[in-house]
Each structure stands twice: as structure tokens, then as C-alpha cells.
Design a protein. Structure first.
Length: 64
């Protein structure tokens, strides 16, 4: 079956697809932000421990 679309129909389809893509990206971004905030709250109270690399000890600091 050979379906032909007018320019107007094609632009309408493109617009609908762009809107769905924007909605998906917004939802995905909001979920990622929510997860980031949850992780930040969870690890905020965990004390940082010194790290030893090649015999040198580095003491991480919470710089806010």
C-alpha cells in the first residue's frame, strides 16, 4: 500500500512526534532530578573517609 501525505499532514505528524519527545525528555529529566535529590539526602550524613592512592592519603572535605 502506497500512502502519500500532504506537506501539512507531514508537518502535523512531525509536530506530534516532537511534542511526545519533549514530554518524554521532561519526564525523564524530572525522574533523574528526583533520584539525584534522594541520593543527595541519603549520603549527606555519611562521613567522608580518607582515601589512600599510591601511598598518599587524601582527606576529602565537604565543601559547601
Amino acid at each position: 500500500m502506497d500512502e502519500r501525505y500532504t506537506k501539512e499532514q507531514l508537518w502535523k505528524l512531525i509536530g506530534e512526534n516532537l511534542k511526545r519527545t519533549e514530554d518524554f525528555l521532561l519526564l525523564y529529566s524530572l525522574e533523574a532530578l528526583k533520584e539525584y535529590e534522594e541520593n543527595a539526602e541519603r549520603i549527606q550524613g555519611i562521613p567522608l573517609e580518607p582515601i589512600t592512592i599510591d601511598g598518599k592519603t587524601y582527606i576529602p572535605r565537604n565543601e559547601r
